[in-house]
Ligand binder design. Structure first.
Ligand SMILES: [Zn+2]
Length: 380
């Protein structure tokens, strides 16, 4: 997920109001879109519309709601128009061609719209070549590029809908995947901290470091704080709110084994999902090794070899530790393709997507056109 400086809502990004992209972004710029004036009413990075953690507190089977009348409905309509314009723009075929020589790693979180997710996966099988995490690790190890159109499906956090909603689709279509798990939640029913904080902030919760922060911006503010301050603020929110956040059934150890044996590799996403670059040295070490040890034990002694940075925030101290622990690949959340032979295996780029992403946007994300427009708009 990204909210805050590094985690923008890339999957929801489109050109801003009145923006006229001025030219191709180097070799991958949207050569056709640059001459087309596209308009969108609101920067989704500010709305949290497709923030990586959005949807995880909702019922997993809630379908995407149609655009309602009023400003929100009009905004959704404009986004759809922009997505359609991009997908049918002259740039799309060129981008699609270039993308065949790039690695696409899709970064999902929970599955809020199982039906759309199934359509996305069916499309993936038609237009790309799903590969496993092990295949990428092998390519890195051998120094041999992956086949053209390679794509890996990943899920961050370990939301239970990965098991209940995604796995049946992946199994039916024989698509390998990887799930990066926040181990403190395994076998429990606590909500993830960002979902809890968002709930508490809308139920009267306050904290000294959140003074003046509107409830809708609390998670972003918390992610930007030094980690000890984030933990203090969470404790204060719990103390002061008028209600407790609803419980949420989480994956169990048995579920992890089921995923593991069903072609969904299980990777490390830290114990409690802090932004590592905001943590003290000891916390970086503790967060990574605790989850590493837990996963190794739960998976029958098989140590995880893949890591996903919480919030996508790379940290050099973590990188050093991951190498020492034998990790072969690490993943960012930067809304970019990577090379078919990733140049920095512990910093592999990923594309932001979720289960409500429309067909138009899904195609332009896969082609790289959407990420290029996102960057032209200043997105990170
Ligand atoms: Zn995450």
């Amino acid at each position: 997920m990204p909210e805050g400086p590094t985690h923008s809502t890339g999957a929801g990004a489109g050109p801003p109001t009145g923006t006229r992209p001025t030219g191709p972004d180097g070799a991958t710029g949207p050569a056709g879109a640059d001459r087309r004036r596209v308009t969108i009413g609101q920067d989704p990075r500010r709305t949290g519309h497709l923030h990586d953690h959005v949807g995880q507190t909702q019922a997993p089977t809630t379908p995407a709601t149609p655009a309602a009348p009023g400003p929100r409905g009009r905004l959704a309509d404009r986004r759809s128009t922009v997505d359609a314009l991009l997908r049918h723009s002259p740039a799309q075929p060129l981008f699609r061609l270039l993308a065949t020589r790039r690695l696409a790693v899709l970064a999902y979180h929970g599955i809020e719209d199982p039906r759309t997710f199934a359509l996305q996966m069916a499309r993936l099988v038609r237009i790309a070549r799903p590969v496993s995490l092990a295949r990428i690790e092998q390519a890195v190890h051998d120094g041999r590029p992956l086949p053209a159109r390679s794509v890996l499906v990943t899920f961050d956090d370990g939301d239970r809908t990965v098991l209940t909603e995604a796995l049946p689709v992946l199994t039916r279509l024989q698509i390998p995947a990887a799930a990066f798990v926040v181990t403190e939640h395994v076998d429990g029913d606590r909500p993830f901290w960002w979902a809890e904080a968002a709930f508490l902030a809308t139920h009267g919760g306050t904290a000294r470091s959140l003074v003046g922060c509107p409830p809708g911006a609390v998670v972003r503010r918390l992610k930007a704080l030094p980690d000890p301050d984030r933990r203090t603020a969470l404790a204060e929110l719990r103390e002061s709110a008028g209600a407790r956040a609803p419980r949420r059934e989480q994956l169990t150890r048995d579920d992890l084994l089921t995923l593991h044996r069903s072609g969904v590799a299980v990777g490390n996403h830290t114990a409690g999902h802090p932004c590592l670059d905001r943590c003290e040295d000891d916390t970086v070490q503790d967060e990574i090794t605790r989850s590493h040890d837990a996963l190794t034990s739960w998976l029958g002694g098989e140590a995880p070899t893949a890591f996903a940075y919480p919030n996508g925030n790379f940290d050099g101290r973590a990188d050093t530790l991951l190498r020492r622990l034998g990790y072969r690949v690490g993943f960012l959340f930067d809304h970019r393709h990577d090379r078919l032979l990733p140049g920095q295996p512990l910093r592999i780029s990923r594309l932001r997507v979720n289960s409500t992403t429309s067909r138009d946007r899904f195609d332009t994300i896969l082609s790289g056109l959407h990420p290029a427009v996102h960057r032209l708009r200043g997105g990170v």
